[in-house]
Design a protein around this ligand. Structure first.
Ligand SMILES: Nc1ncnc2c1ncn2[C@@H]1O[C@H](COP(=O)(O)OP(=O)(O)OP(=O)(O)O)[C@@H](O)[C@H]1O
Ligand SMILES: [Mg+2]
Length: 365
């Protein structure tokens, strides 16, 4: 006959998909009853109508059915009281803290964990495709198996949710813990999720840093290999905040072939260099157009902008992204098979190499 201990041990492998921790550790299993071959498990979910309820129940059934002697499984789903939920949130926060090093205790959790890399994506001029490049690079890295977080730090323009098609989504919250929204395998946080529709946001200087800080501190990111940050264009407050908050972050510069864009891109890059942030490379977006019918390549906006920026910043041109035919394919997230998907896959390899991610993954395996 199966024992209570065996059941608990098996349930230990079931994780809360949002928090990424064992449901047993999280006190989500208040009771287990065994009658002959029948096992009845109570699970407590944080919120009523939790969309993850099916996932958790399926996992429980899967694990328990592998135990010898189990002939019937009943999963009873209940919901936490306010008090239980508060304890749950405290526990999740505590687990993050337990991993942290004591002397770094005052830093937000996302900054404390070792081995996590930060890459800020910057451009001088607006509209060069920085957000499009950031989003597609994030997805390309996720497709390669890296655990990727994406912070839309462009709190004036927030276009990341639109690119992913998740504008309407509200992130789940547990007490004051915020769960990132997952799309295309990427964990995403954007101010857009918190702003009522059609309300222009008027930010005052100090608010920017505060918002960023809470994105780092209040959001439960879980295990992540790399955090990409979509910065607002230019070299304003947010870029400075990010430099101060993330002294170890690296930079990727996005530009277009035109001389004007390249010139400002160099300025954005130099600011990073001056504050001691390594520029891992340059991406030239809208570099060329491939004609659908004749297959010929046309350099509609001229050539050489990316190379010039890379040379001025003493770094390399990592990718040239073609111009997408917006009539055919909205420049959102490109499919893995498309020309753009393939270009971004190559860029992801080069970024992973420059950031030492592959090494991380080997250590993890
Ligand atoms: N390679 C591309 N081919 C065609 N269109 C593109 C390409 N990259 C970006 N775009 C389009 O250009 C516009 C600007 O792109 P995006 O929002 O990514 O730029 P940005 O630099 O983040 O802009 P902002 O300064 O507003 O933050 C969007 O409409 C986007 O769809
Ligand atoms: Mg943008």
């Amino acid at each position: 006959m199966v024992t209570r201990e065996q059941v608990i041990e098996a349930l230990r492998d079931v994780k809360d998909p949002e928090v990424g921790r064992s449901i047993v550790e999280l006190d989500m299993v208040p009771s287990v009853e065994i009658e002959g071959g029948k096992v009845t498990v109570d699970v407590l979910l944080t919120i009523r109508g939790c969309p993850l309820s099916n996932v958790i129940e399926r996992e429980i059934r899967e694990r328990l059915s592998q135990l010898e002697g189990v002939t019937e499984i009943e999963v009873r789903v209940g919901h936490m009281t306010d008090e239980q939920r508060a304890q749950f949130a405290a526990k999740v926060r505590g687990m993050g803290r337990a991993n942290a090093e004591a002397q770094q205790a005052e830093l937000p959790p996302i900054l404390r964990e070792q081995g996590r890399q930060f890459l800020a994506i910057a451009s001088g001029k607006g509209g060069v495709g920085k957000s499009t490049v950031t989003a597609n690079l994030a997805v390309a890295l996720a497709r390669k198996g890296y655990r990727v977080a994406l912070i839309d730090a462009d709190i004036y323009g927030f276009s990341i949710p639109v690119i992913f098609g998740i504008e309407g989504v509200k992130p789940a919250t547990i007490e004051d813990l915020i769960m990132p929204v997952q799309a295309e395998g990427v964990k995403i946080m954007s101010m857009q999720f918190f702003v009522p529709e059609n309300t222009p946001v008027v930010w005052r200087g100090p608010m920017l840093g505060k918002t960023l800080r809470s994105f780092f501190g209040q959001v439960h990111w879980g295990d992540v290999d790399i955090v990409l940050l979509d910065l607002p264009p230019g070299t304003g407050d947010v870029a400075l905040d990010v430099h101060t908050l993330l002294p170890q972050s690296k930079q990727l510069i996005v530009t277009t072939p035109q001389a004007a864009a390249a010139e400002v891109a160099v300025r954005a890059g130099l600011m990073g260099v001056r504050t001691n942030h390594q520029v891992i490379g340059v991406v030239e977006n809208m570099a060329y157009f491939v004609c659908d019918s004749c297959g010929e390549t046309a350099y509609l906006f001229g050539r050489g902008g990316g190379e010039r920026v890379a040379a001025a910043l003493n770094t390399t041109l990592l990718a040239e992204i073609p111009i997408a035919n917006q009539e055919k394919e909205r420049a959102g997230i490109f499919s893995a098979e498309s020309l753009h998907g393939q270009v971004f896959a190559k860029l992801a390899d080069r970024v992973a190499e420059a950031m030492g991610l592959a090494q991380n993954r080997e250590l993890r395996a």
